[in-house]
Design a protein around this ligand. Structure first.
Ligand code: ZN
Length: 130
């Protein structure tokens, strides 16, 4: 079994599919504040740990996107699987460029996913220290 969420969300104003992963996060397209907050950073870390336990790898051999949140989980697990342990921002920029085909509306959402992945990495490092 792979780890999944049921997180789906679209902007109430413009319909863009994205997850507000912090309070008061604004829509990357129309700047309208999200009406909900999703714990997707924590979920991504849980998925990472779960996949490592079950598959001995953060990234399962096959992973289906059953929700919008699953796309975030997949990207976070893949990012952590290849993380070189340094040059975080450069690494994440390069990661987004090479995984553009996994992100819809990449031109609008690249900064959004970048901010998400940086937050995942910070949470991951906090966890590793414990
Ligand atoms: Zn919007």
């Amino acid at each position: 079994m792979t780890y999944h969420t049921k997180y789906n969300y679209v902007c109430a104003n413009c319909g863009l599919a994205y997850l507000p992963f912090n309070d008061h996060l604004k829509c990357p397209r129309c700047d309208t504040e999200g009406t909900k907050t999703f714990e997707i950073v924590k979920e991504a870390i849980k998925a990472y740990n779960y996949h490592k336990m079950i598959y001995k790898s953060p990234l399962p051999p096959k992973y289906a996107f059953l929700s919008l949140g699953d796309r975030y989980i997949y990207l976070a697990c893949k990012m952590l699987a290849d993380y070189p342990g340094k040059d975080d921002e450069e690494y994440i920029n390069a990661f987004i460029k090479t995984n553009w085909d996994k992100i819809d509306d990449i031109d609008i959402l690249s900064e959004h996913y970048k901010a998400f992945l940086i937050q995942v990495l910070e949470e991951f490092k906090r966890m590793e220290k414990q």
